[in-house]
Design a protein around this ligand. Sequence first.
Ligand code: KG4
Ligand code: ZN
Length: 334
Amino acid sequence: MNDVYILAIESSCDETSVAIVKNGHEEISTVVLSQMDIHANYGGVVPEIASRCHIENITLVIDETIKKSGIKMSDIDAIAVTYGPGLIGSLLIGLQAAKTLSYIYNKPLVPVHHIAGHIYANNLEKTMKFPLIALVISGGHTELVYMKDDYNFEIIGGTVDDAVGEAYDKVARVMNLAYPGGPRVDKLAQIGNDVYKLPLPMDDSSYNFSFSGLKSAVINLKHNEEQRGNEIIPENLSTSFQNRVVEILSKKTMRALEEYNVKNLIIAGGVSANKGIRDKFTELCFKNNIDLTIPKLCYCTDNATMIGAAAYYAYKLGRRADLNLNAKANDQLN
Ligand code: KG4
Ligand code: ZN
């Protein structure tokens, strides 16, 4: 089969990103324009501001990606785009740009689910081996997915309330850390001690997760200590919180690998950048003879390279959209 070059667009939240990816595995060029500093002023992503920033930047990011790649539009086989889930206004900007390129250059349009993108970021490391279990941990998702083959997603468990990244960001806010709090809590957790008693959330026989109780336990603990005139030590609170998160994620994931008799694990989503999680899974997988893949840090948080990586398989499976493709704020992984 000839080489397949895909131009991919990702704009589901607060990153405007475009990439050109060859055969789903090789990054030719990527540009990620993050709006993080702008949203940090508000303590979180402001959807209206995010959409406006995407509008201002999308054409610049497309131009820069193509310029950096040295590839001509005539060499591109398809245009891929994240159609959901995400912020509806943000998604629409990427979608409109992708449809326009598809129409003008007469290229097929390939719709990509954002979480499929996070999963396929692992193919940029090494080719995924099936069957596998994917642990998806991001700002909006916490899921255990069983995959028998490419694009064959069976969700075996997920969060019943907050996503793990969301819990990180909320706990960070309680400790007055700037947005996005996840990486800041992670950094503090590296130097603290696990001295605070926090519950292990949803420690049951299911593959589901719950993080809102753990988040509330952190809030209550802080208030109680303050009422007693005690200062909370952010490093220690971060360590205690992170240890509980790592413990429950690793406990349920390792059980799923055993019960499904699977020897391959991939971790996906922004929270896979977390050092505590990376270290723990590396140790456990080594001990249990599990082949573990985690994306490079630059492919953990939102980027278009991962969308191009997923789109290659969607393209090969014949998935196409027409100009009626609409954005979906929520959509089951498919
Ligand atoms: O995948 P992503 O970029 O966006 C979504 O699709 O949601 O994930 C962003 C989330 C945020 O909640 C952010 O705080 C979290 O990932 N995150 C981290 C770390 N780096 C990013 N959480 C914990 N530790 C980190 N090192
Ligand atoms: Zn994401």
